[in-house]
Write a protein that binds this ligand. Structure first.
Ligand code: SAH
Ligand code: ZN
Ligand code: ZN
Ligand code: ZN
Ligand code: ZN
Length: 429
């Protein structure tokens, strides 16, 4: 297991039920907000018995990773010295094995002949974690990863703080090791401790982006701080692709702390600036993200994933990806590939999808999902092509929507009009 390396910090949540006026407050591990995933759950006003505390400690002991990051870095050095025939990776334990350890893993499934190239692409060796709500790993399709890296370089950045983007990190790391002229560097911050087997403490920090927690303590924080220190010509950008089940508020608060760390490093001149950032997230979180980062705007580029059937590239006949780039970089500088159909709107001064038409009335290119949207005079805004204006609801909606209004917002995205079970994040109609 990973993620739930309590005693890491916990977040306080409010649980509301219909019967109660006020929600009852509870603590939960901030990496695993879903109770099912984690034994750490406690009502705020609850007394915890000695027995339960002991059980919890026992659980934590058993769920500690077998090796520390330092030990893993040392093990990697030894692993590289082994002949190919002795380089084994235990798929059950998700661990590189040294010959003396083979015995302990007898009966487990091994992957053999682990090449140096494979050690440089751990995201292909490790299986993607699948816990839906908290720790699903959706890996960038090569096309999207390459696009991001090219864009970063074209914008003049030479350092990338990769927060939950192991595949971008590994693309940068492996290019840097192959090509001496390639001068981009990356530091990975991720909760997936399995990566500590492949990277040194200067390349990877075990980090929880829901509560800005460095598991490696002050030393790890110092590594990050050092990395953010920006020499002339070594500009830094942060790129993050959080799990979509993450609370925007918690993520935003962590990212602001990373921005503060960046601001506090000595820089020449520009002290009032914000650390440049790409926050990769679905388009329906636009208003939530803008609430916390008013300087951000959403780009039309559709980010594709390898292991997510729904989010693959539109042109392959599959559904279009709802995932976008939110950034504080001036939109016109974020050049999207013409050969994939993106074009520049001179009025909006940004690149938009081919289907995104400039609406004269809204005076902007209004489509969020890549399809051509239509203007509704009654709503006074553009809406999805499949929507019609409903007089009962006094707004546009799908033809077969039910007109009942739900007062309380959705538990997940906070918007009114639907419940958690029908959150558009899950069904993308
Ligand atoms: N598209 C990215 C991966 C995004 S999946 C890529 O290809 O590089 C989300 C990533 O965030 C995973 O790597 C996951 O391990 C990490 N993650 C999930 N919860 C996290 C948390 N609480 N703190 C830090 N990283 C987290
Ligand atoms: Zn436009
Ligand atoms: Zn319009
Ligand atoms: Zn309408
Ligand atoms: Zn919702």
């Amino acid at each position: 297991g990973n993620g739930c390396a309590s005693p890491g910090p916990t977040l306080l949540f409010v649980k509301t039920s219909r019967a109660e006026e006020q929600g009852r407050r509870f603590y939960a591990c901030s990496a695993c907000r879903d109770r099912k995933d984690c034994s750490f759950f406690q009502w705020e006003d609850e007394k915890v018995s000695e027995a339960r505390l002991a059980a919890r400690e026992e659980y934590n002991r058993n769920h500690q990773p077998s090796f520390t990051h330092r030990q893993n870095a040392e093990r990697l050095k030894n692993f590289i010295l082994l002949p190919l025939s002795q380089r084994k990776f235990c798929q059950d334990c998700q661990q590189l094995l040294l010959p003396a350890e083979w015995q302990e893993h007898s009966g487990h499934q091994f992957q053999c002949d682990i090449s140096t190239a494979q050690l440089k692409t751990p995201s292909q060796l490790l299986y993607p974690l699948e816990n839906k709500k908290t720790n699903a790993q959706y890996l960038f399709a090569d096309r999207s990863c390459q696009f991001l890296l090219d864009l970063i370089i074209a914008l003049g950045f030479r350092r990338v703080l990769s927060v939950g983007t192991p595949r971008l990190h590994e693309m940068i790391q492996s290019k840097a090791s192959q090509d001496k002229d390639f001068s981009v560097r990356s530091l990975l911050l991720d909760i997936d401790f399995r990566y500590s087997q492949f990277y040194t403490e200067d390349e990877f920090c075990h980090y929880n982006m829901f509560n800005h927690y460095f598991f490696g303590g002050e030393a790890a924080q110092e590594t990050c701080q050092q990395f953010l220190y920006q020499d002339t010509g070594e500009r830094v950008i942060m790129v993050t692709d959080p799990p979509f089940g993450g609370l925007v508020e918690a993520l935003a608060s962590s990212f602001k702390k990373l921005m503060t760390m960046w601001r506090e490093t000595e820089k020449e001149g520009d002290n009032n600036q914000e650390m440049p950032m790409f926050w990769i997230f679905p388009y329906f979180f636009e208003s939530r993200i803008l609430e916390f980062f008013p300087s951000f705007s959403m780009m039309d580029y559709q980010v594709d994933y390898d292991n997510h059937a729904l989010y693959k590239h539109g042109k392959t006949g599959r559904r279009q990806s709802p995932v976008r780039i939110f950034t504080n970089i001036t939109p016109r500088r974020v050049v999207l590939p013409i050969e994939e159909g993106y074009r520049f709107c001179t009025i909006c001064q940004r690149y938009v999808s081919s289907g995104n038409q400039h609406c004269e009335i809204c005076n902007s290119c209004t489509s969020k999902d890549g399809r051509r949207w239509k203007h509704c005079a009654l709503c006074n805004k553009c809406v999805k092509p499949s929507w019609i204006h409903c007089d009962k609801c006094n707004c546009c909606a799908l033809q077969d929507h039910s007109c009942e209004r739900t007062d309380a917002g959705c538990f997940v995205c906070g918007k009114a009009g639907h419940k958690r079970s029908t959150c558009p994040r899950l069904s993308l109609a």
